[in-house]
Ligand binder design. Structure first.
Ligand code: 5RP
Length: 225
């Protein structure tokens, strides 16, 4: 069993009968979804799920997990999802899979949000290893890119898989993948990006995580806020 699977299975132990559970997106989140389905089949676990992406919704559906649409919920019991970067303060960078709008809504709606990852995701500052994904309204992308460039950011629209056009998120946004020259804190980046007209959402998650579970060399460490 690899570390991503190990940590996902560990988080799945926190799921109890009757919970409304948010499903993340990505390879670690997939292990979590699979484990929920296994527990439903083998242990009679009774849960309802809500997905952060069409990919996760399809996976849950194919495994016969009961699923409700995001528009029908205002709060969930537990959200478990991966991350691209995790700082010691439990700030996350997410959205490499470009479904960060629903991911942030679920993180905020959750009574408990547990981020799960292997230790390769640990960083000392946001933006250390990855660009910052910023979802923008399609007609505003050049204006948003220019506003962010004025603040020292460089980056381009994310290309689609065939590299013959731009990536479009599940609800119709483009994604600017931006790198900031200045050594801004996550809080400052959050403020700068939120204040940029045309931005729908971005991948920095501050103050939303209740716990991070990190797997390294076959063991899981829990850190609670
Ligand atoms: C998707 C995400 C993912 O959680 C993040 O990219 C981690 O993915 P993986 O578990 O495959 O390493 O934020 O938007």
């Amino acid at each position: 069993m690899n570390d991503k699977q190990l940590v996902a299975l560990h988080a799945a132990k926190y799921v109890k009968n009757g919970m409304l559970v948010g499903l993340g997106t990505g390879s670690t989140a997939n292990y979590f979804i699979d484990e929920l389905a296994r527990r439903q089949n083998d242990e009679g676990l009774k849960v309802t799920t809500v997905a952060s992406s069409t990919v996760s919704a399809q996976r849950a559906q194919s495994l016969n997990l009961p699923i409700v649409a995001l528009e029908h919920i205002s709060q969930i019991d537990l959200y478990v999802d991966g991350a691209d970067e995790i700082t010691p303060e439990m700030t996350l960078l997410k959205g490499r899979g470009s479904d960060l709008v629903k991911e942030k809504l679920l993180a905020k709606a959750a009574k408990q949000f547990i981020a799960v990852a292997d230790e390769s995701k640990l960083v000392s500052r946001i933006g250390q290893n990855f660009v910052i994904p910023i979802e923008v309204i399609p007609f505003a992308w050049q204006l948003a890119q220019r506003s962010l460039a004025d603040l020292g950011a460089q980056g381009e629209l994310r290309p689609n898989a065939a590299k013959d056009g731009f990536w479009v998120t599940s609800h119709g946004s483009y994604v600017l993948d931006m790198r900031f020259d200045a050594d801004f804190s996550a809080e400052v980046l959050n403020q700068i990006i939120n204040n940029t007209p045309g931005v729908v959402e971005h991948g920095i998650f501050i103050g939303l995580t209740d716990a991070i579970f990190i797997a390294a060399n076959g063991t899981v460490r829990e850190q609670w806020a």
